[in-house]
Structures are given as structure tokens and as C-alpha cells.
Ligand binder design. Structure first.
Ligand SMILES: [Zn+2]
Length: 447
């Protein structure tokens, strides 16, 4: 199977490429990358003749099974979402590996990392292998499991980290919960460092967040809702930076939300600490003001914070303090989210809106260039997780996303392919949409 992607604006942040190029794909790999020409350079009859336009650097005029016209579109390395909850095994009513990876493909993602808070928890080789087997059979995009730090994510005893690594986990995390014991976190980091595995922390001091449901600030006071202070996150970020310094381990902070955390991470990076972090599209697009209607679709953990925090997150993305944009896609059933604000579970979905929310919030207003934004979805997560992905090169796997950065559309949660509907963006008009998603040279989703 040979596919030619023709005339697209190829953006490959890893190689600082941003130009109109043609891509030729064969047997799942990118086999040629060359200057595009206005004239068709390829014929479909397979007679081996070059076109009249001999300036073409796109060689290879052998038979092509399909030509995809990418004129006016962006072609970039397949997006990688390093923070997703696929809910299988255990909560297949919320999401499955099949539905979650289909939602990923529709959103332009070619790979997702699935967090271990399933039932059972992914804290053993058997669960990791179950996920990988199911992903192979039913998955639409690539699935990279994240193993638990502690057994059952109970925060009491370390999981078999070496076994999880050997089974195929690309990182460890108790995401959804913090590792509260600094002593246990230290030992987790020491083990993880032996395999150079990133330790992903859900940074929250449970004593400080207590039974809070929203950001502690003006709006929580106004509405009479219990608050979660920014310090609840930042205290844990500070502790773990010190532990990463002590152990030499690689620390990755999930879903950074507070200005204080961004400052701490910036300082740590300047000192050479091996720390990286991610931010979600909802923390970039929304603030605490979104909870005023008591919509449970604005309830997530960490909570939506103040406008000053949001600005600090944007500055962190601009100056490289924040490496990655990840969705924290957290599906919940309609019944669960229809409870009162205090009772409803934390979390929102994001796979089908992340690209558009990012482009609309950051790229069109000129905060980030398209290449900077795409780096946060491609080369950066690949670097942190040491995946041989996130770049466009001859010989690389043809995991590609083709999107229209200017296409306008209205978010309709009812039309999602995810099993869940808990998005804060229902009804929003956004700019930017995936047009086609290719995994190993196969079109797995197309508009
Ligand atoms: Zn999460």
C-alpha cells in the first residue's frame, strides 16, 4: 500500500521543518519526503515515468494506491496524548480501549498513554499485558500503558516497577491520587531511575485540599463551595523536585494548574533537575469563572484556577517550562455527572476537542506559533517517554495527523465517539479540526 500525501504544510517541530512538502508512504513507513510541486508528479498507472515537471524532488513515480490532497492543510507527526483514562478494565460503561482510541483518532491523536486507575489497577504484568492485548485487537491508535507506583494505588507498598517496565509500561503513576508518603516516593524514584522510567505525579497534598471541590479563591467564597488552594498542588511539586534532585530520577508533573507550580518547575529546570510537566487544554481555556453555573462539567482535579494562574500557564508554555499539552481525558457517565456539584466525580473528557481548543486559544491569538503548539503534542511527549515517535523523517513510522487549522466547527457532545459526554466545551465554536489520522500508514480516521 502506497499513499502520497501531496501539497500539505508539513510541520515537524523536532526537525524545525515548516514548509510545503510531499510525503510518500509505503508499508507503514515514510519512505520519501520532498519538495512539492504544483504539477502532479505522480501517475497512478505505474508505468514508471516521471512527470513533465522535472523539478520535482518527489521521486518515486511507481504505482500509488492513493493520493491524499493536503493543499491548505497541515501535516504533522501524529499527536501523542500522554494522559488518558481509557477505563478498561473495569468501567467499560464510561469508556473502552476501542471507544477511547477511536475518540483519539478522531481528535488527531495516533498514540495515547493510559493511566493505571482501572479496576483492577494496572500494577502487575498481567494487567499491562491485558491492556496491550486488547489494544492490539480493538485499539484504533497506539496505546502505551502507564503502570502504578504503588500496589492498588493505595500509597502503601511499591508495585513491581521492574516487572511493569518489562511488560511495556512507559512510565509509572498513581494518577488520580498523589503518593503522599515522601519516603515511598523517594523509593519509587530510586527504582524508576534504574530503568530511566519517568515518575508521573498527581501533585496534590490531600491534607491541604481536604474536601474541596473548586479552586480556593474569589469564586469559591462567592458560591459557598469548599476550596482547594493552589498550595495543595505547589507544596507537592516542591517536595517532589527535591526528591528528584536527591535521587536523580526523572519526574513528570501531571496537569499543572497553579502559577506557583510553574515558578517552581522553572527554577528547578534552571538548576538542571530532571523535571518535566504538562498542562491540559481546559486549564488553558477556562478559569474558576466557569463553575458559576454549578455545571459539573467544570469540576475537575486540579480545579480550574484564576485568570492569573491561566496566564502563568500560558507563559510557561511559551518559555518552555511546560513541555507538553495532555488532555487528562477522564470519562464519566451522564448519571454520575448529573449529581449535585459536591457529589459529582472530578474530570472531563478532551480527546476530541484538545487540538481545536489549543489552536483556538493559543495559536489564532498569536500566543504560540503552530509549530510551537504542535511540539507540545508530538516531539515533547515522545522525548519524555522515549518513544520512537513524534517526528517526520524518511524511515520513520507513518504516524501522521492531517488537520485544517482554520476550519470552524461547533462542539456537539452528542456527536462524540467517546462513550462519555462530560465536556466543558459543548456548544463552543472552535477553529481547527483533524481531517485524517494515519497510524503506521493506515488511515484510521478521516473526516
Ligand atoms: Zn488523570
Amino acid at each position: 500500500m502506497r499513499i502520497l500525501i501531496k501539497g500539505g504544510r508539513v510541520i515537524d517541530p523536532a526537525n524545525a521543518v515548516d514548509e510545503i512538502l510531499d510525503l510518500l508512504i509505503e508499508d507503514g513507513k515514510i519512505i520519501r519526503l520532498g519538495r512539492s510541486t504544483a504539477e502532479p508528479t505522480l501517475n497512478t498507472r505505474g508505468n514508471g515515468k516521471t512527470s513533465k515537471n522535472s523539478r520535482s524532488q518527489t521521486a518515486g513515480v511507481e504505482s500509488i494506491d492513493r493520493v491524499m490532497d493536503a493543499t491548505g492543510l497541515v501535516v504533522c507527526p501524529g499527536l501523542i496524548d500522554m494522559h488518558v483514562h481509557l477505563r478498561q478494565p473495569g468501567r467499560e460503561d464510561k469508556e473502552t480501549i476501542a471507544s477511547g482510541t477511536m475518540a483519539a483518532a478522531r481528535g488527531g491523536f495516533t498514540a495515547v498513554c493510559c493511566m493505571p486507575n482501572t479496576d483492577p489497577v494496572n500494577d502487575t504484568r498481567a494487567v499491562t499485558e491485558f491492556i496491550l492485548d486488547a489494544a492490539k485487537r480493538e485499539g484504533v491508535v497506539r496505546v502505551y500503558p502507564v503502570g502504578a507506583i504503588t500496589k492498588g494505588m493505595k500509597g502503601e507498598e511499591l508495585a513491581e516497577i521492574g516487572e511493569l517496565f518489562e511488560a511495556g509500561c512507559v512510565a509509572i503513576s498513581d494518577d488520580g491520587r498523589p503518593v503522599m508518603s515522601p519516603e515511598l516516593m523517594r523509593r519509587a524514584m530510586e527504582y524508576a531511575a534504574m530503568f530511566d522510567l519517568p515518575v508521573i505525579q498527581h501533585s496534590e497534598d490531600l491534607h491541604l485540599s481536604g474536601r474541596g471541590v473548586v479552586h480556593e479563591g474569589f469564586v469559591s467564597t462567592d458560591l459557598g463551595l469548599r476550596g482547594i488552594p493552589s498550595a495543595s498542588e505547589a507544596v507537592m511539586v516542591a517536595r517532589d523536585i527535591l526528591l528528584a534532585e536527591l535521587t536523580g530520577a526523572r519526574l513528570h508533573i501531571a496537569h499543572v494548574s497553579a502559577a506557583e507550580s510553574v515558578r517552581l518547575i522553572r527554577e528547578a529546570k534552571a538548576r538542571g533537575v530532571r523535571v518535566s510537566c504538562e498542562v491540559t487544554p481546559h486549564h488553558l481555556a477556562l478559569t474558576e469563572e466557569a463553575v458559576r453555573g454549578f455545571s459539573t462539567h467544570a469540576k475537575m482535579n486540579p480545579p480550574l484556577r484564576s485568570e492569573a494562574d491561566r496566564q502563568a500557564l500560558i507563559e510557561g508554555l511559551r518559555d518552555g517550562t511546560i513541555d507538553v499539552i495532555a488532555t487528562d481525558h477522564a470519562p464519566h457517565t451522564v448519571q454520575e455527572k448529573e449529581q449535585e456539584f459536591d457529589q459529582a466525580p472530578f474530570g472531563v473528557i478532551g480527546l476530541e476537542t484538545a487540538l481545536a481548543v489549543t489552536i483556538t486559544t493559543l495559536v489564532h491569538p498569536g500566543v504560540l506559533t503552530l509549530s510551537q503548539a504542535m511540539g507540545k503534542f508530538t516531539s515533547e511527549p515522545a522525548r519524555i517517554l522515549k518513544l520512537p515517535k513524534g517526528r517526520i523523517a524518511e524511515g520513520a513510522d507513518a504516524d501522521l495527523t492531517i488537520f485544517d487549522p482554520t476550519r470552524e466547527w461547533e462542539v456537539d457532545a452528542g456527536a462524540f465517539v467517546s462513550k462519555s459526554r462530560n465536556t466543558p466545551f459543548h456548544g463552543w465554536r472552535l477553529k481547527g479540526q483533524a481531517v485524517a489520522t494515519l497510524v503506521a500508514g493506515k488511515v484510521v480516521w478521516e473526516a
